[in-house]
Ligand binder design. Sequence first.
Ligand code: AMP
Length: 493
Amino acid sequence: MKFDELGLSPEILRAVHDAGYTEPTPIQQQAIPVVLQGLDLMGGAQTGTGKTAGFVLPMLQRLSRHANASSSPARHPVRALILAPTRELAMQVHESVRTYSKHLPLRSVCVYGGVDIKPQTAELKEGREIVVATPGRLLDHVQQKSVSFNFVEVLVLDEADRMLDMGFIPDIKRILAMLPKERQSLLFSATFSEEIKKLADVMLKSPQLIEVARRNTVSETISHRLHMVAADHKRHLLLHLLRDPSMTQALVFVGTKFGTSRLASWLERQGVNADAIHGDKSQQQRTEALEAFKAGRARVLVATDVAARGLDIDDLPHVINYELPHTAEDYIHRIGRTGRAGKKGDAISLVAPEEKGRLADIERLIKFKIEQVEAEGFDAGAIPADAGERDRGGRGERGGRGHGHPHREREHHGPKVPVRLPETSAHLPTVPTVPTVPSVPRPPKASAKVGFDASQPYEPAPEAVALAAEKAEAPPRRPVRPVAALLGGLGKK
Ligand code: AMP
């Protein structure tokens, strides 16, 4: 299917063309006609599927009748409100809005906390048709009376499951109560808990259900591997992996803010160009670190799970779980930073013996066993022979800065860690490490479920097939059905 078959206007098609997109992704193929018709939508889609363009493109088309070049704020009331859980996601969605609306005289603004409120207030007072916001800061603007929702026609709730995790639902409900009743509402979520279904019930009217990435599945374009390693030895193994020239850039996930900063500083001392991003950093620091990473100025970005969602970095080939996440679903979100929009990606996990329980949970969730490998020349229980040299600051990428503690580093030589697969997941199929072991055949599709691969035919989820069949028979506006019934069983998948 081509973009010009979707009924989008020439201005929008031009922006899509400028962005270099040739074909709509599966979520775009399904969502764009629904949103263009003005219907409510419940979208089951992870980031990386192209869902942002799936709602932004048709939304812009619907709003384009209001586009005008007047300088009067009254001619630019808020028409569309897009709520996102994190500042990073809000900024990213706003970037998409700007990209796709560049040939239309529609104005947009992004409002989020952690930065001076005044410039945002000034923009809102000038009049903006599209507001992308995090809920807390938007409510600050409501309190300051710098924004009015009287003319809102479209509401989008992005990553609703994350909103729930972050405790934003009361804020969302306050915002919902201020919006006109007659509006179009779109809700996107990677997972559907009972609470999300309840929220959908109050927010959406006769929604169309679209699901592309099945719950708890990962993109097939990502290869997974793990190294069993003692916790004390992880940083040396990481350094060893980073020395591979094919490891051009990596996003490294650590469990704690403190651990994140400590690891980034240690890598810097070894001469690796690394930066850290976590919740205690100021918004400016976070933005700068992200920009530096996106622009390729930083080779390694060490992050807590705050970065696990919302980051959209083109061509990020490697994600490393320095520590496994406590929640298995976060593994999917973390590795969703790579292999986006059908590109190849590589997810490497460093697993200490005490993390085996978490590994088993992850493998149960993703329904395949992650292949265990040993790094070439690196024994799972030992530090590479030259690690001490590095710690003395001798041969890093930047020539080293000599802040290491060679004696302390050497204390970490320990017993060899047994290299054994967790018994709980021994029955699961293994997904081979695609780039490094090309001769190993990929398992059948049934074992590693399809997320989204632009190069492969789209396999809709059974719910979506059933819905499509229903839609074919039913008139466009079906009688109101409770969302919980519409979604029957989806959450259990
Ligand atoms: P999203 O899931 O909205 O975060 O999008 C993931 C990535 O896919 C972003 O980098 C988009 O720029 C890119 N993208 C969106 N739609 C398309 C498309 N039709 N073709 C190629 N890339 C796309």
